[in-house]
Design a protein around this ligand. Structure first.
Ligand SMILES: [Zn+2]
Ligand SMILES: [Zn+2]
Length: 370
């Protein structure tokens, strides 16, 4: 409205929100803020050892001072980690630039935006190395490694296995706050947990796993997560953080380590522009559900024809199976619709779905979708 002032209160707005505020001239740019110091990026491409020597040395010194530390590891719960065994790069769709997802049944790597698929044993585009599918070392492996490195020191794990209930979370945090447990290993669950005491040493392990999310916002999510993890570090002299990663040069990781939102934003907005993702286009995810895979296949082919006929300016990606295609006996097939204007997508949806007559089994959501 006239005279309204949008206040962007977040220190880490989404690139969409930041671009919109800048476009409206409502942006009070506070600069890059205070740069983050004392963060060491360690190039660590391997799964073993789970804890790098650099991090181990700092943990040892920190424990000797009687201080506590928190280690973060993002374990993907719903899909195996797919990466190059040589350089650690995540294979991406050549058309959509999102990470490919491993489909075990067909032993293929699949783009869940456009349906592009390739044999799982393909060579890495970057180094020619072999693509490997692994379950990846989770928080449990890190916990065991810490117990081996520091015998007699209590280590606790904060993830969905050990901190599934509010009572469990409270008990774990109480022990940690009292100093009974000086080493805490956590997942995203710990990042989002309020009231975690700040510590002088934070370790971030394998943040590149976040870049492997098959989502055009993967870099944004990685930047946000790593920043939030590093925010758990106590201010003050001697406070340190170690980010051990196979991708120390990736802009999202490097900018989070440096505490530089502007550096992140400028790279990310350029990549969105190049690839035609929001805020430069509207995106809608259309999912159709069905019990019978065959009729679902027929319906999705029908829908594809209708979408393609729906008019100019609409880009249709798919049909593709999302990462979790079958839930409770229902199979999901997904389209991603892309257009400069939302009205183009709305019209295509209205017209196509009216002709298809299966409204009840169709769900759709606009970007940003998850
Ligand atoms: Zn490689
Ligand atoms: Zn694709």
């Amino acid at each position: 409205a006239e005279g309204a002032v949008a206040v962007l209160a977040s220190s880490r707005p989404t690139v969409e929100a930041y671009a919109e505020a800048a476009r409206r001239g409502r942006l009070v740019d506070l600069g890059s803020g205070t740069p983050r110091t004392g963060v060491t990026l360690v190039d660590h491409a391997r799964d073993t050892p789970a804890v790098s020597r650099e991090l181990e040395a700092r943990l040892r010194a920190n424990l000797a001072r009687g201080e506590a530390a928190v280690l973060f590891l993002n374990r993907r719960g719903y899909a195996a980690q797919v990466e190059c065994g040589g350089c650690g790069a995540v294979p991406r769709c050549p058309r959509c630039d999102i990470a490919l997802v491993y489909h075990k049944a067909e032993d293929r790597l699949v783009c869940h935006y456009c349906g592009y698929a390739v044999a799982a044993d393909k060579a890495c585009d970057g180094c020619g190395g072999r693509i490997v599918v692994r379950r990846g070392a989770g928080t449990q492996a890190v916990e065991e490694e810490l117990k081996r490195l520091f015998p007699g020191v209590r280590v606790a794990r904060f993830d969905s296995d050990t901190a599934g209930t509010p009572a469990e979370r409270e008990a774990l945090l109480a022990d940690f706050a009292k100093g009974d447990v000086p080493l805490l290993v956590g997942t995203q669950l710990l990042v989002h947990q309020p009231g975690v005491p700040r510590v002088p040493l934070v370790g971030v392990l394998k943040p590149e796993a976040l870049l492997g999310l098959s989502d055009y916002r993967a870099a944004q999510k990685a930047f946000e997560s790593v920043s939030a993890m590093l925010d758990l570090r106590r201010d003050g002299p001697g406070a340190e953080a170690v980010v051990q990663t196979a991708a120390p040069a990736h802009f999202a990781v490097a900018a989070a380590a440096a505490g530089d939102y502007r550096a992140f934003y400028e790279k990310e907005i350029e990549s969105r522009r190049m690839l035609g993702y929001p805020p430069f286009a509207e995106l809608a995810e259309v999912t159709i559900l069905g019990r019978d895979v065959r009729s679902l296949g027929a319906k999705s082919r029908e829908l594809l024809v209708l979408f393609k006929a729906a008019g100019t300016g609409l880009e249709v990606l798919g049909p593709a199976f999302p990462p979790v295609a079958r839930v409770k006996g229902l199979t999901r097939v997904q389209f991603v619709l892309k257009a400069p204007e939302r009205e183009t997508i709305d019209r295509a949806l209205r017209e196509s779905l009216a002709k298809l007559r299966l409204k009840k089994t169709v769900s759709f959501s606009y970007s940003p979708f998850s």
